[in-house]
Design a protein. Sequence first.
Length: 248
Amino acid sequence: MRYIGGKSRLVKGIATAILDDTDLRGEYLEPFMGGGAMFGKMASHFAKPVGSDMHEDLMMMWQAVSDGWEPPQIITEAEYAELKNADPSPVRALAGFGGSFGGKWFGGYARGGMTAAGEPRNYLSESARAVIRIRSSFEKSLPSFQRADYRDWAPNEGEVIYCDPPYANSQGYSTGGFDSAEFWSLMNDWVQAGASVYVSEYSAPAGWECIWEQTHRVSLKRSTQGRSRQVTTERLFTKRLTPLAVAA
């Protein structure tokens, strides 16, 4: 699904790096589930996958999709405008992210562009089909979904956690300001609690090891010349548990 900061083009590399780094296949937690591409890739490998996000509409959508809801293939621009100020709902999530320019929450009705067949692109339909594909990849895993802030979780020892938070000094997704220092402090606590924590970011504090990276182009809009987009390097970080000092 179109989602600002989504990892749809990077999931294979990130998922492979995580699965190669740990043999744990019990509990899996993704507290920034977002557009669901990564969750769809990872859930089937674990006995107990949990997807979470603090965005109410988004989690309503994933729960509804898991329960069999079929997302609409068309939402008109007039309907999009009405949904912007409507009550939270699964269809509002699909429109607000999947039908918006760059996948930014109600960042403007997505239009323009042509398909390979020379027809106008239907971005909402593309997102709806992506949601259905993601569901097909996790539906046999019996996942659970919960609306929660990442700070609400208290991971168990041996749990595998993947975090894709709003990046430091980057445009917010829909949640307002994000305290990256607080986030990394809590991630350190989770590691010390025995969880295997993996974080997507451009950089990480000292002590965090980069185990995968890939350079790609990403931006909400093209350069003024219209020929290229910003080149950036996505990285995946983890931190090994620091053994407690053994008393002499």
